[in-house]
Design a protein around this ligand. Structure first.
Ligand code: ADP
Length: 258
C-alpha cells in the first residue's frame, strides 16, 4: 500500500509540492485498486463460461441425457457460451488497445444519418422478434462529421442492441439532428430503465445493474465502456438519462467537420 502522505508545512511552493505528491499517491492507489478489481472481474468473466463448457461437455461425454432434444439443448449451451467467450475476448482486446491509445481509427467525412440507418437495418430483426416498434425523427441531410464509419456503426449497434435487450415492450426511438456546431443522435427506449445510483457507472468496465440478467441476455458488461471510448476517440460526447420502469435515453454529439 502506497500510503505516503506528506505533511504540508507551508502555503508556498514547498506546500504545493507536498500537495502534488499527496494527489499522486491517491491517484496511484486508485489505479492499483482499479487494476486489481479489473483483473478479478476478467478472471470471473472467463471462468464462468468455461465452467459451463466443461460441465456440459462432461454431461455429453458420459451420455447423461435422456432425449435427443436434451442433447441438442446442451450443445446449444456450449455454442452460446463459446460465442460469449469470443465476444468477451474481442471486447477486451479492443478496450486494452483503446486505453493504450493504440486503437486505429480510419477517419473520413461521415454522414451520421447513413450510419445510423445502416445500423438500424441490421438490428431490425431483433426489434421484430420482440414485437418492439421503431420510431424515428431523422434529418436526412445533416452536415458531415469526422469519424470512422465502421466504429460509428459499432457504437449504434451496441446502443440499439442494449435498447432491445433491456426493453420488454413498447418502442425504440431514434433522432438525428444538427445544431450550430454539432450533430446529435438520440437512442431511446421504453425499457426497464437504470437506477439513478448506477447512471454514472454504466460506462465503467463490467458494471452491470443486474449481473444475472445481463449474463442471461448475453452481455459481456464491456459494451458501454467501449462505446464511451469510441465516442471520445472521435471527439464526441455521450450522456445517459433514465427513469426506472419508463426507459432510457442516450444522447451523443459530434463536432461538425470543418
Ligand atoms: P452488458 O453487456 O451487460 O449489456 P453494457 O456495458 O452494454 O453491458 O451495459 C452495462 C449495463 O448498463 C447493463 O448490464 C445494463 O444493466 C445497463 N444498461 C445498458 N443499456 C441499457 C438500457 N438501454 N436500458 C436499461 N439498462 C441498460
Amino acid at each position: 500500500n502506497l500510503d505516503i502522505r506528506v505533511s504540508i508545512p507551508s502555503d508556498d511552493e514547498v506546500g504545493s509540492l507536498g500537495r502534488a505528491i499527496n494527489d499522486l499517491a491517491i491517484e496511484t492507489n486508485r489505479y492499483r485498486s482499479n487494476r486489481k478489481e479489473f483483473f478479478a472481474n476478467i478472471s470471473h468473466e472467463l471462468r464462468t463460461p468455461i465452467s459451463y463448457l466443461k460441465g456440459y461437455a462432461q454431461v455429453l461425454k458420459q451420455g447423461l441425457y435422456q432425449t435427443e432434444e436434451e442433447r441438442l439443448h446442451y450443445l446449444n449451451i456450449i455454442e452460446e457460451e463459446t460465442e460469449r467467450l469470443v465476444r468477451l475476448i474481442n471486447d477486451l482486446f479492443d478496450l486494452s488497445k483503446m486505453e493504450e491509445g493504440k486503437f486505429d481509427l480510419q477517419m473520413s467525412p461521415i454522414n451520421l444519418t447513413e450510419v445510423l440507418e445502416s445500423a438500424l437495418f441490421k438490428v431490425k430483426m431483433e426489434f421484430k422478434k420482440k414485437g418492439l416498434t421503431l420510431k424515428s425523427q431523422i434529418d436526412e441531410d445533416v452536415p458531415y462529421i469526422n469519424g470512422d464509419g465502421l466504429r460509428l456503426e459499432q457504437i449504434f449497434m451496441n446502443l440499439l442492441g442494449n435498447a432491445v435487450r433491456y426493453t420488454e415492450k413498447g418502442s425504440i426511438y431514434v433522432k438525428v439532428w444538427s445544431t450550430d456546431r454539432k450533430v446529435h443522435v438520440i437512442v431511446e427506449d421504453t425499457g426497464m430503465g437504470i437506477p439513478e445510483k448506477d447512471l454514472l457507472l454504466v460506462f465503467e468496465r463490467f458494471h452491470r445493474v443486474e449481473k444475472s440478467r445481463s449474463r442471461e441476455l448475453g452481455g459481456t458488461g464491456l459494451g458501454l465502456a467501449i462505446v464511451k471510448n469510441l465516442v471520445e476517440l472521435q471527439n464526441g460526447t455521450i450522456s445517459v438519462s433514465s427513469e426506472m420502469g419508463r426507459g432510457t435515453r442516450f444522447h451523443l454529439s459530434f463536432p461538425i467537420a470543418e
